[in-house]
Write a protein that binds this ligand. Structure first.
Ligand code: KIV
Length: 260
C-alpha cells in the first residue's frame, strides 16, 4: 500500500477489513527496515528497556529514553505511522502531566502515543488536547508487580478486560493493543469496540498484529509462544562476529585491499 499512513487511515483499514501490520523499533536503522518492508505502524515501545537497555522489565524506562529513541526512529521512517509509548510514571499522576509528557513525545516526532491500562479519563484528555492515543489492555507489562509476573490476562477476569477495552474505545482511542489474552476474548473485544484491535499473543481475530522487532528477526535469546522468528539473526550475527575476531587474530583481515 502506498501513501503516508495516518491515524484516520489506521481506522479506515479496520473498516475496510485490511490487516494492520505493526512492529516495534528503537532506532533509525530498524525503523527504516520496518518502514521499507511495509509496516503500517511503528511503535517506540518501552520494551526498549528489555530489548536494548538490559533491564528485567519496562519499569525503569524514562521519558528521556523514549524521547531519544523516538527521534532516532523518526529519522528512519517514511510511510509508517510513528507511535511512542508513554513510560511508567509519565501519565498516572494526572491529566496535566500526561498531556505535558505526550506533547514532548509529539514534538520529538511521534504522531500518536500509547499508554497501558484502564485510564479512560487520561485518554479523553489527551484526545481533547489533539493527541491521538493507542490503548493497551490485557497483560500490560508496566503492571507486572500487580499481576505477580508476566501472566496471561483475561482468563478469570475476562469481563474486567472487556470493560476496560470498551471504556478506552469510548474515550477515543484510535487503536488498541490486546496483549496476551485468550483468542476468544480478543474476538469479543474486537466485535465490541469501534477502533482497530492490534493483537500480540491474542490470536488471529484482531484487526492487526504487533510484534517486537527483535523477536521477528530472531535476535532474542528466548522464544515465546506469542512470537515467531522469521530469520535467525542472533546466530548469524554471532557467527559473523566470531569470523571477524578470528580473521583479525589470524592476520587474514585487513589485507592490502582494505588499506586506503
Ligand atoms: O513496549 C512494547 O513493545 C509494547 C508492544 C509489545 C505492544 O507495548
Amino acid at each position: 500500500m502506498s501513501g503516508k499512513v495516518t491515524v484516520p487511515r489506521i481506522r479506515a483499514m479496520r473498516a475496510q477489513g485490511e490487516r494492520i501490520v505493526c512492529i516495534t523499533a528503537y532506532d533509525a536503522l530498524f525503523g527504516r527496515l520496518a518502514d521499507e518492508a511495509g509496516a503500517d505502524l511503528v511503535l517506540v515501545g518501552d520494551s526498549v528497556g528489555n530489548t536494548l537497555l538490559g533491564y528485567e522489565n519496562t519499569l525503569p524506562v524514562t521519558l528521556d529514553d523514549i524521547v531519544r529513541h523516538t527521534r532516532a526512529v523518526r529519522a528512519g521512517l517514511g510511510r509508517a505511522l510513528l507511535v511512542a509509548d508513554m513510560p511508567f510514571g509519565s501519565y498516572e499522576s494526572g491529566t496535566e502531566d500526561a498531556i505535558r509528557h505526550a506533547v514532548l513525545l509529539i514534538k520529538n516526532g511521534a504522531e500518536a502515543v500509547k499508554l497501558e491500562g484502564n485510564h479512560p479519563d487520561t485518554v479523553a484528555a489527551l484526545v481533547a488536547a489533539g493527541i491521538p492515543v493507542m490503548g493497551h489492555v490485557g497483560m500490560t507489562p508496566q503492571h507486572v508487580h500487580r499481576f505477580g509476573g508476566f501472566r496471561i490476562q483475561g482468563r478469570d477476569n475476562a469481563e474486567e478486560v472487556l470493560q476496560a477495552a470498551c471504556r478506552l474505545d469510548e474515550a477515543g482511542c484510535f487503536a488498541m493493543v490486546l496483549e496476551l489474552i485468550p483468542g476468544d476474548l480478543a474476538a469479543r473485544i474486537t466485535q465490541s469496540v469501534q477502533c482497530p484491535t492490534i493483537g500480540i499473543g491474542a490470536g488471529p481475530a484482531c484487526s492487526g498484529e504487533i510484534q517486537v522487532i527483535y523477536d521477528v528477526l530472531g535476535f532474542s535469546e528466548k522464544t515465546y509462544k506469542h512470537a515467531r522468528a522469521f530469520a535467525s539473526l542472533r546466530h548469524q550475527s554471532a557467527d559473523a562476529l566470531s569470523a571477524y575476531v578470528a580473521s583479525v587474530r589470524k592476520r587474514e583481515f585487513p589485507t592490502e585491499e582494505n588499506t586506503v
